[in-house]
Design a binder for this molecule. Structure first.
Ligand SMILES: Cc1ncc(COP(=O)(O)O)c(C=O)c1O
Length: 425
């Protein structure tokens, strides 16, 4: 905050943020990867106003409400097969905590309990949120190192980074190369692992690290072989961001848990959900005195206003064919971004759906990063503001994640602004 330069938004419409000086800024990162169909979409606004006429909030502890129940129906229908139950919370980190705790408790209450299962397997450089459980399974040292003494032990596999990969491994062998290393961990900790948690396809906060094709599928196969529960953290990649509603769909993976947040309510309201299977659900059923409850409840979990927004958002996916737009605009992004390689500081341009990144390096050949304290990414984004585009980098990685309703001219403007920013810096 000592260096904070005030940027205060007064209102927004579509992809535009309008600040208190009436400056119009293109929301190039969807208000931190949340917004899906644009700001103030009439259909979502209307759904929230309609819900307000009924009830703004009731608890999900010991009761429910018709809107939240309808959202569960829709989610169960639209998520990968096997996911039949949903537990609501208010943010992504909590959705991850829920999955971790449920997986842990499952092994203690399932038909054949295995109470030795007390470990989680996580991916190197993962990010799953900022609460202590999600930080424990996270691995971005810049965010997490400070809290190390507070965290529980986690088994950690390598980060399957398609850009910073071992030189001797060809691209088409990369998934197998990493899966082999995970196989060793599954074998070594067989019978101890409660669950494996992964961000499917793209590790967002690690710097938009793209996994090699087949990696997620390979993890699912290992988890099935060793009967380890698979938690898919779709908080960043879900809700259409990668071009399918769920990233798991690309590799036909059916997880045991799916965490969704951010875009779940169209990016309007704090709403997250942890979906799971009937098998997990059943382990929590029993007589009151058996105390098999899942003791975890958030005040605003399943809030009907958020659920009304989420239902409207799902309808818009159908009505506006949002996923087709992700595909079209994604291809356009590729074409536009490729011209940035003319700058020798551009080490890599990568993209999945409307999740793209431009990584700035001090040396392209060695992939050497700029010192983080130089804030190169931040400086580029500050200059991009002069071209009417708001971006928020991850260190030296310029993140481009516009709302999924983005139009061709907006893509041009974003890339122009990044180009201008790099040129200036
Ligand atoms: C993959 C992933 N998981 C979890 C989270 C945490 O979500 P929230 O910020 O809503 O707590 C994030 C946030 O960026 C994320 O990208």
């Amino acid at each position: 905050m000592a260096e904070y330069e005030p940027l205060v938004i007064d209102r927004a419409e579509g992809v535009w943020l309008i600040d208190t000086h009436n400056r119009r800024l293109l929301d190039g990162v969807s208000s931190l990867w949340c917004n899906v169909h644009g700001h103030r979409h009439p259909r979502i606004d209307e759904a929230i106003m309609q819900q307000l006429q009924r009830v703004a909030h009731v608890t999900s502890l010991g009761m429910s409400n018709t809107t939240t129940i309808e959202l569960v129906r829709q989610l169960v229908e639209r998520t990968p097969a096997g996911l039949e139950c949903a537990f609501f919370s208010s943010d992504g980190s909590s959705a991850v905590e829920v999955a971790l705790k449920m997986a842990f408790q499952f092994w203690r209450q399932c038909a054949h309990p295995e109470s030795e299962r007390d470990l989680f397997l996580a991916v190197g450089n993962a990010y799953h949120g900022d609460t202590l459980g999600s930080v424990s399974v996270g691995g971005v040292s810049r965010f997490h190192a400070m809290f190390d003494p507070l965290l529980f032990d986690v088994v950690r596999g390598p980060c399957p980074d398609s850009y910073r990969r071992p030189q001797e491994v060809a691209e088409e062998e990369l998934a197998a190369y990493y899966i082999e290393q995970y196989a060793v961990l599954f074998e070594r900790f067989a019978g101890r692992l409660a669950a494996l948690i992964v961000e499917p396809l793209v590790q967002g906060a690690a710097g938009m690290v793209m996994h090699p094709a087949g990696f997620l599928r390979g993890l699912r196969e290992l988890a099935t072989r060793y009967d380890v529960l698979l938690i898919a953290d779709e908080i960043a990649v879900g809700m259409g961001r990668t071009g399918k509603l769920w990233a798991c769909e690309w590799e036909e993976v059916e997880p045991d848990f799916l965490c969704t947040g951010k875009g779940l309510s169209g990016g309007y309201l704090p709403l997250a959900a942890t979906l799971t299977t009937r098998r997990v659900w059943d382990a929590f059923l029993g007589e009151y005195a058996q105390s098999r409850s899942f003791f975890h409840g958030h005040s605003f979990g399943g809030n009907p206003l958020g659920c009304a927004a989420a239902l409207a958002s799902l309808e818009i996916f159908d009505e506006e064919n949002t996923l087709a737009n992700v595909s079209r605009r994604g291809q356009q992004l590729d074409e536009c971004l490729s011209r940035l390689y003319k700058f020798r500081v551009v080490g890599d341009v990568r993209r999945r759906g409307l999740m793209a990144a431009v990584e700035l390096v001090s040396d392209r050949a060695s992939q050497a990063p700029f010192p983080w304290a130089d804030r190169i990414g931040h400086q580029v984004c500050q200059r991009a503001l002069e071209r009417g585009v708001w971006l928020r980098p991850l260190g030296n990685v310029i993140v481009i994640m516009p709302p999924l309703c983005v139009e061709a001219a907006h893509i041009e403007q974003i890339v122009d602004a990044v180009e201008y920013g790099i040129e200036q810096i």
